[in-house]
Design a protein around this ligand. Structure first.
Ligand SMILES: Cc1cc2nc3c(=O)[nH]c(=O)nc-3n(C[C@H](O)[C@H](O)[C@H](O)COP(=O)(O)O)c2cc1C
Length: 334
């Protein structure tokens, strides 16, 4: 047994911020699978909050807690304003994105290119910390472009820490700013977990969380021998039931985990409540059920389940009982 298990560390396990994926509906779904796993929003830019529709970007459901708001930006004053809004709306943490390599984000001069400007990141962190009383954390890569040396990320963390940041989420591969798409940037640059381990050795008092390519409890256990937490991205989305045992195994929760069917049933009243609030015109149930396609991953009949949940005719009826039909089809197909 790993001595980090049953730890009180609230961010021991987390689901990564993922644009278009980890929206509020997805987070409610994930919350029904694990009560304790720390959840992140998609990245919200400071522009969207300073000039846009704040409610659209920040509203979330009470049952999502604990949930962190990830911000994208590089202007300390705008980040402070956005962080303050995040705290006011009830988020449990503010996270700054220093890892996104997309060209659109680079044009705004934030995301991964901020790793080249550690002092600016420190200024941003300071401005946000001065504005809020919740944790301010940073998610970053281990380098940008052709940087090979560990010193780059060590100096980045050291400088940002001077502004008081104590939690660093390390996507353990470089970001290539030119020539690779965001998707390739999550696959091509090699993972170097050792860099994150070395950060923990160099900064033992900081909370260092690792991210990138992690899929199984065996892998999580290995990382927790070196680090304070593990963040799962794509695996949590495509195979969300991987989180089913997390509460018991890592947070010491003694309640029995929900079955897949329990999770489906729990989502039905949620969809009904959303329909009641937004109306069938305002909310297509596909915007919720699309996040649930992976629930049966690995089971015989999973394909039949996905087919029902992807059937546009059935979805257009807007009846959440479709979830029961999908489960029944899975049982027949299995
Ligand atoms: C569809 C998608 C959207 C993403 N959007 C964000 C984002 O908004 N902010 C961010 O910091 N990382 C984003 N990421 C990167 C993930 O947070 C994570 O760092 C990456 O997927 C590596 O972890 P994994 O191998 O466990 O998926 C995104 C990843 C995916 C697949």
């Amino acid at each position: 047994m790993n001595d980090k298990k049953h730890s009180k560390n609230k961010r021991l396990l987390s689901v990564a911020p993922m644009m278009d994926w980890t929206d509020r509906h997805c987070r409610v779904f994930h919350r029904h699978i694990s009560q304790h796993t720390w959840l992140y929003t998609e990245m919200v830019t400071t522009g969207a909050l300073v000039y846009g529709d704040v409610e659209r970007h920040l509203r979330f459901n009470d049952e999502e807690h604990p949930v962190a708001l990830q911000l994208g930006g590089s202007d300390p004053a705008d980040l402070a304003t956005s962080a303050r809004l995040g705290e006011k709306w009830g988020y449990d943490e503010i996270n700054l994105n220093c890892g996104c390599p997309s060209e659109r984000v680079q044009k705004g001069a934030f995301g991964a290119c901020l790793m080249a400007e550690p002092q600016l990141v420190a200024d941003c962190v300071k401005a946000m910390r001065d504005a809020v009383s919740i944790d301010v954390t940073v998610k970053h890569r281990i380098g940008i472009d052709q940087t090979e040396s560990y010193d780059f990320v060590r100096d980045f963390v050291g400088t940002v820490a001077e502004a008081g940041c104590r939690t660093f989420i390390v996507h353990a591969r470089n970001a290539i700013l030119k020539g690779l798409s965001p998707k390739e940037n999550r696959e091509v640059p090699p993972l170097k977990y050792e860099f994150a381990y070395q950060l923990k050795r160099d900064f033992p008092d900081f909370e260092i969380i690792i991210n990138g390519g992690i899929k199984t409890e065996a892998e999580i256990d290995l990382h927790l021998q070196h680090l304070d937490g593990v963040m799962l991205g794509r695996e949590a989305y495509h195979n969300p039931f991987v989180m089913a045992g997390f509460d018991q195994r890592y947070y010491g929760d003694t309640r029995a985990p929900k079955s897949r069917e329990d999770v489906l049933e729990a989502m039905i009243p949620y969809i009904q409540a959303q329909l009641a609030r937004h109306g069938a015109q305002g909310l297509k149930i596909n915007s919720i059920t699309r996040h649930m396609l992976g629930l049966m991953t690995g089971l015989p009949g999973a394909r039949a389940f996905r087919q029902v949940l992807s059937d546009s005719k059935k979805l257009s009826l807007g009846d959440p009982a479709l979830l029961r039909e999908a489960a029944a089809r899975l049982r027949i197909a299995a």
